[in-house]
Design a binder for this molecule. Sequence first.
Ligand code: 5GP
Ligand code: ZN
Length: 111
Amino acid sequence: MCIFCKIIAGEIPSTKVYEDETVFAFRDINPQAPTHILVIPKSHIASVAELTAENSAVVAHIFEVIAKIAEEEGLAGGYRVVSNCGPDARQSVQHLHFHILGGKEMTEQMA
Ligand code: 5GP
Ligand code: ZN
């Protein structure tokens, strides 16, 4: 089982922010912004590169959840949503995840 599948199963503790039947969200252990939350599908999908017509519906739901979390977290000033995919993007956990980064003004630089 991958590390994020273990977090979903409760085998690795996490600070849960949101959970429903298909999605789980928790605080990043190494926050890079005042608010740094990871939103993941409960089904194991390795990355954006593994999305297909068969499994992509959960991504639309993830973005609905992101909007809800951002509102609850008070990110009225805005936030950034990031999904690192593959080695060049330095994806370090091979389970699809979307970073919500907020609570500070970002720089113009995206990469
Ligand atoms: P990536 O680099 O793959 O885009 O992002 C992986 C993220 O997962 C990193 O920001 C890292 O801090 C976070 N992370 C890795 N292991 C754990 C963990 O065990 N618990 C939590 N809460 N976050 C983790
Ligand atoms: Zn997994």
